[in-house]
Design a protein around this ligand. Structure first.
Ligand code: C2E
Ligand code: CA
Ligand code: CA
Length: 603
């Protein structure tokens, strides 16, 4: 007979013959055997030696087998040991009792050797299996506990990153003030309130520093930056509760004044600010005189969009500047200088599209591991017959406002795909080279985006996987449901997706997590801030960690210096796009670069 397990067996029997017989036989079979002749001893040995199995006689003097078994089961140290009862043929075996006190089996005397061994073996195997299960359960439990702890840590880290990103998205790093995004969001809310409750009013003050440019030019950026911080702190001294100072960018600030009843309340603050700023600023050895020109707009229900309030405040500020520095001006509807020029731009842009004045430039995106060009971003330019090449920041915003951006996006998409087709035909690029094309999502809401993309891919015979769409974070977040649906359908076509300008919007990370996004493009503003000796990289590090945990690749945008490149390499960023490798190029220049194959930093 072969056995899988040997084991320790305790035999309890008051009949010496039985004991001897069982003990000898089991020892011969390779078991380690202990034997005792009464119940009390049985319990002591069981506790001390922890046998794997107990053979327990029922009829014994003092305490009988049932009682012994019951006590063994009640003891934490011995309760797991299987007990097989031994009973003589002439005894009445109470089987129900045997099992109810915790026995696993019984053997009747006289013993059939084969049967005894088979039963012992079965229960030892069962016990072994049980031990294995217990061990696995314990391991599993441990692993679940460890994984839960790790997940909790990851979630806490993500929340922290999210909080920091959110703070960063809403605040200006230099002055710590709320930034343009914060301002526009809050302006929008105030405007909604005005529409809901008649009689509630607010005002916006638009401040622009006088002669700031000349301070910057003559004393340098560092002094300029310090001056901005000092100006901010002095303006804050003039504010009452319910007012917020924001830095729009550059030397422009805005103030949101809630709950006001008359323009005089706003002009009083403007006067206070002028007085406060009249004393010169001492920065190191320099004494700097500066003040601000202020445009004021009363927010009322006539306004439908926050952008229009800002536009009018800006217009009033320009008028104040024209009236002489350190002045304020209340907006009046006759001041439509800017509105007019926007209208002109719009009609010129319409003509530009019809007259084919738009062209597409291409900027390489380089894989940092190999220095290979893996993608080009298609960037639109307007070749204006009189003014020359105009960059998109000068016309995309108005195109977005008017919806013309859809036509522009489709034009660029088609040109980019045509270009890729021609490079593929020439055999100068790898088939994995992708085209990245910018898309303004919100204007596709009423438009057949997917049909248009399908058509262009078919026309140019380009594979979906060679196309990558870049959508800004805010576009996705503002149209979450819609964007989600589009993204799913893009994924069916294997079209890739990048989140553009990442870090500047409001990404809800839990939402990001659910979208099949391939790349995060780290906004240029973060790369720009990389200082000497790797300063200011914390947020980039956090974004890269976040992207990795969501299985996304990272692209650093706007890399201009070797220092920035070294730093993003060290942080394990995957791709890089920036002037250091190449500016956006015409199709011919991009073709030359492709033929060269590998790009190197231009310093
Ligand atoms: P974006 O999508 O963030 O594109 C990157 C911009 O950063 C480009 O500006 C590029 O020239 C610039 N850039 C790249 N590397 C560097 C660098 O090292 N330093 C600096 N200072 N700048 C760098 P560009 O071509 O002027 O485009 C501006 C924006 O206009 C784009 O920003 C994008 O939002 C928008 N845009 C461009 N083409 C299109 C288009 O076809 N459709 C739509 N909807 N928007 C477009
Ligand atoms: Ca882009
Ligand atoms: Ca970008």
């Amino acid at each position: 007979m072969t056995r899988e397990y040997s084991g320790d067996i305790l035999i309890v029997d008051d009949t010496p013959n039985n004991l001897r017989f069982l003990s000898t036989t089991l020892t011969e079979q390779g078991y380690k055997v202990r034997s005792v002749t009464d119940g009390l001893m049985a319990m002591t040995v069981a506790q001390a030696a922890k046998p794997d199995l107990i053979l327990l006689d029922i009829m014994m003097p003092n305490i009988d087998g049932y009682e012994v078994c019951q006590r063994l089961k009640a003891n934490e140290q011995t309760c797991d040991i299987p007990v097989i009862f031994l009973s003589a043929l002439d005894e009445v075996l109470d089987k129900v009792k045997a099992f109810s006190v915790g026995g696993v089996d019984y053997i009747t005397k006289p013993f059939q050797l084969e049967e005894v061994l088979a039963r012992i073996q079965t229960h030892l195997s069962l016990r072994e299996a049980q031990k294995e299960i217990n061990k696995l359960n314990a391991e599993l439990e441990l692993r679940v506990r460890q994984r839960t702890a790790q997940l909790e840590k990851e979630i806490a880290e993500r929340l922290q990153v999210q909080e920091r990103l959110l703070h960063l998205a809403l605040h200006d790093v230099l002055t710590g003030l709320p930034n343009r995004t914060w301002f526009m969001k809050n302006l929008e809310q105030l405007l909604q309130q005005v529409h809901q409750q008649t009689g509630s009013h607010f005002a916006v003050l638009f401040l622009d520093c006088d002669r700031f440019q000349s301070v910057n030019d003559s004393l340098g950026h560092l002094v300029g930056d310090q001056l901005l911080v000092l100006i901010a702190r002095r303006i804050e001294l003039c504010l009452r509760p319910g007012t917020t100072l924001c830095r729009l960018g550059g030397d422009e600030f805005t103030i949101l004044l809630q709950d006001i009843h008359a323009p005089e309340e706003a002009t009083k603050i403007a006067n206070d600010i002028h007085r406060e700023l009249a004393t010169p600023f001492q920065i190191g050895v320099y004494q700097v005189f500066t003040n601000v020109s202020i445009g004021i707009v009363m927010g009322n229900e006539i306004y439908k969009q926050p952008e229009h309030i800002l536009r009018d405040a800006d217009t009033a500020m320009y008028r104040a500047k024209a009236n002489g520095k350190a002045c304020y001006q209340l907006f009046e509807p006759t001041m439509h200088r800017r509105a007019f020029s926007n209208f002109q731009l719009e009609s010129e842009l319409r003509q530009a599209i019809e007259r084919n004045e738009l062209i597409t430039y291409f900027q390489p995106i380089v894989e940092l591991k190999t220095n290979k060009i893996t993608s080009f971003e298609a960037l639109v330019r307007w070749n204006q017959p009189l003014k020359g090449i105009i960059t998109p920041n000068n016309f995309i915003p108005i195109a977005e406002e008017t919806g013309l951006v859809t036509a522009i996006d489709l034009f660029v998409l088609r040109q980019a795909c045509q270009q890729l087709r021609s490079w593929q035909n020439e055999g100068i690029c790898e088939l994995s080279l992708t085209m990245s094309v910018n898309l303004s999502v919100k204007h596709f809401m009423s438009f057949n985006l997917l049909e248009q993309i399908d058509l262009i891919l078919l026309e140019t015979n380009i594979d979906g996987q060679c196309l990558r769409l870049e959508i800004t974070e805010s576009d996705i977040m503002e149209n979450a449901g819609f964007a989600g649906r589009i993204i799913e359908q893009l994924q069916e076509r294997h079209i890739q997706l990048s989140i553009d300008d990442f870090g500047t919007g409001y990404s809800s990370l839990s939402y990001l997590h659910r979208l099949p996004i391939d790349h995060l493009k780290i906004d240029r503003s973060f790369i720009m801030r990389i200082g000497k000796h790797g300063k200011n990289v914390e947020i980039i590090r956090a974004i890269i960690a976040l992207a990795k945990s969501l299985d996304m690749c990272t692209i650093a945008e706007g890399v201009e210096t070797q220092e920035q490149l070294d730093q993003i390499c060290e942080l394990n960023c995957d791709f890089c796009q920036g002037y250091l490798f190449s500016k956006p190029l015409s199709a011919e220049a991009a073709r030359d670069l492709l033929i060269k194959g590998i790009v190197s930093p231009s310093q």
